[in-house]
Design a protein around this ligand. Sequence first.
Ligand code: CMP
Length: 393
Amino acid sequence: MSDNGPIAQTRRQRLFELLERGRRRDPWARAWSAVLLVLILANVTAIVAVTVPEVAARWGRLIAIFDRVCVAVFAFEYALRLWAAPEHPMLREESPASARMRFAATPLMVVDLLALVPLPLEWLFPEHAAEIRLLALVRFLKLARYSPALATIGRVVAAERRSLAACVIIFVGILLAAAAVMHVVEGAYQPKQLGDMPSAMWWATVVLTKLGGVDVVPHTTLGRLVAALAMMVGIGFFALPVAIIGRGFYDEIRRRDFVVTFGLVARVPVLSELDAATIAELVSRLQARKVSARTVIIRKGDPADALYLVASGEVQVLLDTGPVTLSDGDFFGEMALLSRGRRMATVTAKRATELLVLDARDFDRLMEGNPALAETVRRTAKTRLTANAPAAA
Ligand code: CMP
C-alpha cells in the first residue's frame, strides 16, 4: 500500500500542495524552497554589506536592483500562498475571502508581509532609506519556514513561556527590591545615581545583568551588602532561563526527529477523514520518530504502548505466514492496543523510515471521540487477524 496524498485536481490545490504541504517529497516544491532559501540568505547578506560605504559605492546600484528582484519574488510567492489559502484543510469550511484573511494572520504570513514593507517605505521616505533598509533584515525570519530548527526554537519558547514569564517576574522583583534598598540607604550619599527610583533601577539592572562597569561604589555597609548580593543573584539568575530553554530544546529535539505538520498528518489516509480541529490536536500529540533500516520498532510479545503511522518509508511485519510490508500512510500496532494484550508480531524498518507515534492514552481518546475512525481501525485489525489465522490454527 502506498499513498502520496490525493492527486491534486485543481490548480489551486496543486499550488497549495507545492507551497504548503508537499515540500518534503515533490522535486518542484523542493526546488522552489531552495531558490527561496538562497534568495533570503543573499538578500540579508546584501542588506548587511551595503551598510559598508565602500560596498555601497561600488555595488550599491546592483544591490538595489537585486533587492527589487527579491521583493518581486517574495511578493509573488506571498500572493500565491494567499490565493491558495482556501485549500488549507483548516480553512476549507470558510469562504475564500475569510480563509485568506485568517491565513494572512498566521505568524509566517505576517513575517512574509513584513518582509515586503521596507521597499515601499523606502520609496515613500527616501530621506530615511538607509535606516528603513535595515528593517528588511526581518526577512531573515522567513527562514523559519524552511528551517525546522528555527521552528523548533519558536516552539520551545512557546512551550516554556510560563517558566520564562516566571523568570521575568522574579527578575523584576529582585531588581525592584535591590533598587529600593539602595535608594533608601545610599540615595543621600549619591543623589545622582541613586537619588530616585528610576536611577536606582538602572543601577540594579547594570549590576544584575553585568552589562556594564559599575560606577557606583556604595558608601554604607548595608549598601555594599545589597550590591554584593545583587551581583551574586545576577550570576545565578541568568543561568535559569538558559537552563529552561536548553532543557526545552533537548526535549523538543528528542520528541520530534522531524517536524510534524498539519499537512503531514492530514495526508495519512486513516486520519484524513478527521475534522480539522482533531487533526490540529493530533499534530501536537503525535511524536515523530526516524528509524534506520532494520530497526526493531515493535517486538512480538511486548505490551502495547503506542500506535504507529508510517509517514514515509517501509516496515515489515514478521508473521508466521511470511513478512508483510507496510508503507506510506499505513498504520500498525493497533491490535495489541485494541485487545489490551501483547504485540502479536515483530515489526522492523525495511529502510530508513519516518514514523508518527501516538501513545496508548491518546489512541484511546482518539478512538472514543471518532467512531468512524475507530470502526476503520477495528475493521483493519479484524482483517489482519483473519489473514493471520491459518498460521494460528
Ligand atoms: P500489534 O499486535 O499491536 O503489533 C504488531 C502489529 O503488526 C499488529 O499490531 C498489526 O498492526 C500488525 N499486523 C499484524 N498482522 C498483520 C497483517 N496480516 N498485515 C499487516 N499488518 C499486520
